[in-house]
Design a binder for this molecule. Sequence first.
Ligand code: NAD
Length: 368
Amino acid sequence: MSNASLLILPGDGIGPEVMTEVRKVIEWFGAKRGLSFDVSEDLVGGAAYDAHGTPLTDETMAKAQEVDAVLLGAVGGPKYDVLDFSVKPERGLLRLRKEMDLYANLRPAQCFDALADFSSLKADVVGGLDIMIVRELTSGVYFGEPRGIHTEGNERVGINTQRYTESEIARVARSAFELARKRDNKLCSMEKANVMESGVLWRDVVSEVHAAEYSDVELSHMYADAGAMQLTRWPKQFDVIVTDNLFGDLLSDLAAMLTGSLGMLPSASLGAPMANGRPKALYEPVHGSAPDIAGQGKANPIACILSFAMALRYSFDQGDEAARLETAVNAVLADGLRTADLLGQDGVAPVSTAEMGDAIVAKLDASL
Ligand code: NAD
């Protein structure tokens, strides 16, 4: 693997705690699998505000643009709630996503066998589940103009506009087709073409990209409301799902929760390919900075560790090594190790953040 550079931004709250465990995993891949990363570390969010008066410095932003992948912990915390909106910790993350133009948000919903009972659905519905939702992240109704609240006659009117260009749809569709090719070669596109013109265009453009470039991938279309039903009825019918910003926001949360705890959920946000062919990429757990448990060694590091597994697969083309890491996580869970967020009522004592990280590294050792 040539010149793999990684920028680590631990952030706030439990971010630095979970990132310490990811560091152990990164070092293991360097020492035992010859995957050496050029790793640098910097501040983001409240930590950056405390040091520099801004949640992301221009220098850190420039570094993020240069590296092959950024790995972020979490940002935010009650201490920063009083800050002006322009310097809130979340602005650091939003700036990264915006300036790197990360238009494809990948949210896997993967159910580890040992946690099948943890889901709100029946174990046979979620056991072995492995699907990927690709959400368009930089356009659609969250950004479209006109928007706002104004007065018409004697009442207020709230307006948001769903707007998509062909090129915005085509680029996220390509990301999803590429992913499908690395998985089970099946893509389902979801919109509301029955009631929205932007949905009609979405369906047309996805079909055009399919016919021109990806006819080897099995493509289907579904209305997003029917998709929500199917996701809870029989989620294993899906492989990759691609959808817009709003529907993706809802459907990815729904699908992710099929599998249990927030402490288990990784994500990736990808942009256009760089000169070396790797996509611009930011990997981060779905969870936030969890101020209620920060500093207590209780955080589950698995979401962040699985985010690094996604980096191995999608930025560094190391799918086999990513699978090795996911298998190690599964093995640790199968042994019954649980951080506090994964505990049921069965009286098992929880392990700490560091113990979970060490156990995963031990399973990696055992995989050799
Ligand atoms: P949260 O995800 O931080 O926490 C929600 C609940 O889940 C808490 O009870 C927490 O203890 C638990 N939890 C979360 N991650 C966990 C883990 N890895 N292991 C064990 N338990 C875990 O969401 P919140 O409480 O709504 O927000 C807290 C702060 O995080 C806020 O400042 C918010 O703005 C910020 N936030 C940041 C991000 C991000 O950085 N991407 C995302 C969401 C929220």
